[in-house]
Design a protein around this ligand. Structure first.
Ligand SMILES: C[S@@+](CC[C@H](N)C(=O)[O-])C[C@H]1O[C@@H](n2cnc3c(N)ncnc32)[C@H](O)[C@@H]1O
Length: 166
């Protein structure tokens, strides 16, 4: 198989991200619960979430705020700090109320990605509501969840999708 160029990797990841998010919006429609966005970055996916889920409480996690000014969450929805600590705090504060969790925490650093997958796999499960959907740019090993095939239009391996079976 031909090697994917960096441009193709980025293109296919963003394509899969967009398709998976739109699939998830339909999947959680009519179900109660809050939304977690992990990785504010410049706020691009946060902007997509708040636009498509205007009635949801969306909590955003990052260790810094470096977003476009018009894509910055309200202060009371911003969970600022190291993800292991803020997710741990969120589990005490909210319990298992998250119906949709989107993690966009990867980087070009392989060691970072391996560590981040392990952190999310450990700290995310306690906040997931029964049947919750998890989307991630990194593969996760989330106890109690089942990996799902990607929806049509998203290339396998470019994004990762899970449903909480508990
Ligand atoms: C790929 S960017 C997010 C991009 C964003 N979703 C967007 O669409 O603009 C990843 C973010 O994860 C944050 N991050 C990385 N490691 C973290 C950690 N250990 N704790 C909290 N945030 C972290 C970085 O600060 C960065 O903003």
């Amino acid at each position: 198989m031909t090697r994917l160029t960096r441009l193709e990797k980025l293109l296919f990841r963003l394509e899969a991200q967009h398709v998976c998010l739109d699939w998830a919006f339909r999947e959680i429609a009519g179900r109660p619960g809050i939304v977690f966005e992990m990785g504010l970055g410049h706020g691009r996916t946060y902007d997509h979430l708040r636009t498509n889920l205007p009635d949801r409480e969306i909590y955003v996690f990052d260790r810094e705020v470096d977003s476009y000014e018009d894509c910055t969450p309200p202060a009371d929805r911003m969970m600022l700090g190291e993800i292991t600590e803020t997710l741990d705090d969120a589990a005490s504060r909210f319990g298992a109320e998250v119906v949709l969790a989107h993690a966009d925490m990867g980087s070009y650093d392989r060691a970072h990605n391996i560590g981040m997958s392990a952190k999310l796999s450990r700290y995310l499960p306690p906040v997931l509501a029964p049947g919750a959907i998890v989307l991630s740019d990194l593969p996760l090993e989330l106890p109690g969840t089942r990996a799902l095939p990607l929806p049509p239009g998203a290339r396998e391996g470019r994004y990762f999708l899970y449903r909480n079976e508990l």
